[in-house]
Design a protein around this ligand. Sequence first.
Ligand code: SF4
Ligand code: SF4
Length: 379
Amino acid sequence: MSFFVAPANSEALHRNDERMRYRPFGSTGLQVSALSFGCMRLSEDQDLNTRLIAEAIDCGVNYFETTRHYIRGTCQHKTAPGLQGKSGGVIVSGKEGIDPNKTEYQFRREIERQLEILGLTHFKFFQVGWFSWGKMPHLLKPGGVWDALRKAKDEGLVQHVGFTGHDRPENFIKCIETGLFDSLTVPYNLINRSYEPVINRAGELGVGVVAMCPVAGGVLSCESDRLKEALQMDLPTTEMALRFVLANPHVSTACSGMNTLDQLAENVETARNFDPASDANFEAMCEGLDRLRRELGDRFCTGCKYCMPCPQGVDIPRHLDIYRNWKVFGLVEHAGRKLEQIPAAESYVNCNQCGACIEACPNALDVPSMLRELEVNFA
Ligand code: SF4
Ligand code: SF4
């Protein structure tokens, strides 16, 4: 017996051109809202969550990123009420991780489970989560995850497949060059441009790009004169941050984890008002940021952790991350706040200048003097 199942995305995507701009989502033919909603930071206040999701849809946001696993397993429960009666033409992506033992049955059950929680009939996008090039054999194993996704697509349960993760950029380029994926979701912002080569390659290949953490998880919420100068914009840092991400022509949507109505209103306003074609010169913005980065010269910590553990317990990479955001991007307030959050046992105050970290560091960074600089300026 054969029967027809309507494709999962046969309806047009929701839009509100008065309040939102739209961009092509890779080569899917879909027009995704420039601002999308990451549901991983929804609050404990369910009334607020419901209002936020519903209001975002009213503003024309048509992409919501979810997984059953965020917020201690409650993310999709918190998202679902706001979607009620409004999910038509809206992309709500689900996500599930994989491992060598994951079977086709288990992955299929997970898709169904997430749909059930969200109250949806299908996923327009489903993401292979926490993915890396090393997991490709697990993905493609016969009787495994890819078979589940292929059948779900055939049945209209899933329309498009993307992936998300934190692997090395060159590995993610290999992932998108397989041609298996319609989108990828990676962190991208003013202070973390490490995935820019992947985003460029995605643009060439017609793979949609969801840029997450556009304000670097709140790091870019404080003022920075250095960033204003580098980007030639006199705007609040959060607005510059969103503009920078949207100025990249290969970014399909900037996915912000929002949990207040004010944040949503500000981001919607920025996404609506910012026209990358006339309001920005992306190359000039990148040049400005590269200039800042060059000022740090060789004192750039890659976070490789070869210097760890420090015999005095100092969390070296954490301090040098703060050092970079302070020295390069002028995020003074952020640096002070972050230093205060470091437990006493891991603080720079414990450094006895032994020099072991300099020996261990492949970049021969003079860590003790950088820590000293932090101490002089922030103690
Ligand atoms: S110089 Fe300071 S930070 Fe480096 S290993 Fe020695 S105690 Fe740790
Ligand atoms: S070894 Fe050097 S580059 Fe690596 S984390 Fe330590 S200080 Fe940073």
